[in-house]
Design a protein around this ligand. Structure first.
Ligand code: DQA
Length: 150
């Protein structure tokens, strides 16, 4: 059966393309979503994309995710570094969760070095630009096919 994956993009990612392109690249969010949908189809996965600038909306989307989806790909953007609420919501899930960052957060300002999510997600991908989302899809397909990998 086709796996259903929720992709959540956090605050300011709606402005990709014109937001600090030297850090985040020139692809817009819709271009990234299209590229992902296309790649997911080849991996026999169906994607639903959700973007929000509001922490509570992201929390609510995570809370109900397991009712419909088999995995979550999440770029919490700035909330990565601050949100206990998003961390707590992720802790509710038993399905695979992959944290993605376009930039390598460990090469940037020190306040970006800490992720509130890193130790509660299945894995993290950072620093590969929009290509990181493709890597996340490949990892997700593997996780769903062989869930018991260490
Ligand atoms: C980001 C990194 C965060 O530090 C930043 O606040 C973002 C985007 C990334 O994808 O590189 O908005 O999550």
């Amino acid at each position: 059966m086709q796996a259903k994956i929720l992709v959540i993009h956090g605050p300011n990612l709606n402005l990709l393309g014109r937001r600090e392109p030297e850090i985040y690249g020139s692809a817009t969010l819709s271009e990234i979503n299209e590229m992902m949908t296309d790649h997911a189809r080849r991996l026999d996965m169906a994607l639903t994309h959700f973007q929000s600038n509001h922490e509570g909306e992201i929390v609510e989307a995570i809370q109900t995710a397991e009712e419909t989806f088999d995995g979550l790909i999440l770029n919490p953007a700035a909330y990565t570094h601050t949100s206990v609420a998003i961390r707590d919501a992720v802790l509710l899930l038993t399905m695979p969760v992959i944290e993605v960052h376009l930039s390598n957060i460990y090469k940037r300002e020190s306040f970006r070095h800490r992720s509130m999510l890193a130790d509660v997600v299945t894995g993290q991908i950072a620093g590969f630009g929009s290509g990181g989302y493709k890597l996340a899809l490949i990892a997700m397909a593997e996780l769903i096919e062989t869930p018991d990998q260490p």
